[in-house]
Design a binder for this molecule. Sequence first.
Ligand code: GLN
Length: 309
Amino acid sequence: MSKLDSVVKDIAAEMRQRPDRGTVADYIPELAHVDPNAFGLAVADAEGELACGGDADLPFSIQSISKVFTLTLALGMVGDRLWQRVGREPSGTPFNSIVQLERERGIPRNPFINAGAIAVTDVILSGHQPREALGEILRFMQFLADDPSITIDRAVAASEDRTGFRNRALANYMKSFGVLENPVDFTLGVYFHHCAIAMTCRQLALAGRFLAHQGRNPATGLSVVQPERARRINAIMLTCGHYDGSGEFAYRVGLPGKSGVGGGILAIAPGAASIAVWSPGLDASGNSHLGRIALEMLTRRMGWSIFGG
Ligand code: GLN
């Protein structure tokens, strides 16, 4: 067994025993049914090894982790013009906050808070039917993970659509400033559905590989984005990927990362690994509680923090 494999298995075993598991999100009713004791970890390293522990093959709702991939797609479509519609500064506010939009004329602070991700989704949607835009996003995930079996959990999407009053408020507010081009219901429909993509830790770790390797998938040698773009996406993940918990995540884990309220985190160790962890219980900022602790242990034991040692 390699060092990586034994570290991953150790962490998964230890996490299963911990009593402190955080709180499963229930504002999307369908997510409240998820087993709080689930824990999965998968690490795809630079040598092509994939180390898995715990429930690494159970699919979960990736939720806001999808925002990394919609950002990548939107940058591919419109390049730096994207930054006219969304900023790239940390917000210091919760993921679903509306306060900053009033001060900044409807321009969201960054692509990873809900308002920002809705604006990015609107960019991807322009010139397409919602079904086409959604298909594009799903196919991109399948391509990156090299796995055509990845699907959208329609029950989760419908559940969020029924209860997504806050996101409707954010979208309508941005629309009033002219920041969204498409009908609000179309944009939100695509947004709710890409958040409801279900993936396993194994699939997610594979999908993130291009961010760890200067924009290239190391298994196929295919370039997904230019090195500069991968570097910049990682920078935004580091500064904004955990909302108002981004500073704490950088302090403790020391890697670019993106969380979702499904309890998943995608973390990138540049040059070394793409890491996916899943534990459904969340902390007060809406980030996976044990997911963060597991990543802290992993980076310490592998020496992967971008800040050294
Ligand atoms: N779909 C969720 C929402 O919009 C995503 C939030 C999250 O994962 N932080 O509320």
